[in-house]
Design a binder for this molecule. Structure first.
Ligand code: SAM
Length: 230
């Protein structure tokens, strides 16, 4: 296959520890014509810290449908864009998929750099099997939530969920009812940050633990799949 110029780079940014930015991420951000950022204030401070000064344009779930075609037109005209989100890898539970799809549909090319994302360290820290796993992202808050959980009852692969601290208890309780209280799991909090914690145990043990221990910060919940022999 012939090599194409890249029109859109997806650039992962740290999920806590600023040292996790890669050398290539810095290089690509420095050379992009425009950096698309989910929150220009949050990304503005990161870029300042990295001494990167490129034009910044906001790109988030509330304007992506409206702006995507204009961005593709500008890429066709030769501008190179870099997309970043507030933290981690763009398009993973963050805006990006729509833009990638439309850029490819226009016959242009994209490249996602490898780098920080919360799901991989959480999965590995959990100590649960990781040869195969499913990433479930955020569960719906209300509509469709129970159906999503019920559909996972027979899942044998390790499951990874993103969760907010206010909803974690409810999720642990609902998963304990659906999968049984003895199912192994891990709550990874504040990954790469000063107060990183990986709490491992059964769903019942984790529910008990978080009745008395602080439950704040950013959270990834990893849950073992069904033991096929059980
Ligand atoms: N794009 C990001 C990624 O690649 O991981 C995810 C963005 S999503 C809007 C934010 C969620 O990611 C948080 O609610 C939490 O579930 C997870 N997350 C992000 N940073 C984290 C961290 N430092 N520790 C634990 N979970 C984190």
């Amino acid at each position: 296959m012939t090599e194409h110029p890249i029109n859109l780079f997806l650039v992962p940014t740290p999920i806590g520890n600023l040292k996790d930015i890669t050398l290539r991420a810095i290089e690509v951000l420095k050379s992009a014509d425009v950096i698309l950022a989910e929150d220009t204030r949050t990304s503005g401070s990161l870029l300042k810290h990295l001494e990167i000064s490129r034009p910044l344009q906001s790109y988030h779930i509330f304007n992506e449908h409206k702006t995507v075609q204009r961005l593709v037109d500008r890429m066709k005209a030769g501008e190179v864009f870099a997309l970043i989100s507030d933290a981690g890898t763009p398009a993973i539970s963050d805006p990006g998929f729509l833009l990638v799809r439309e850029v490819l549909a226009a016959g242009l090319d994209v490249q996602c750099l490898p780098g920080p994302t919360a799901l991989i360290p959480a999965l590995i820290n959990s100590g649960l099997p990781n040869d195969r796993f499913v990433f479930e992202g955020f569960l719906p808050h209300k509509k469709g939530r129970k159906t999503r959980i019920d559909n996972l009852v027979e899942e044998v692969r390790t499951m990874v969920f993103y969760e907010s601290p206010h909803r974690l208890m409810k999720t642990l309780e609902q998963l304990s009812v659906a999968f049984g209280p003895e199912r192994q799991a891990c709550v990874s909090r504040e990954l790469t940050k000063l107060h990183e914690e990986n709490a491992r145990g059964t769903l019942a043990e984790l529910i008990e633990y978080y009745q008395t221990n602080p439950l704040k910060g950013e959270i990834v919940l990893t849950v073992a799949g069904k033991n096929p022999k059980a």
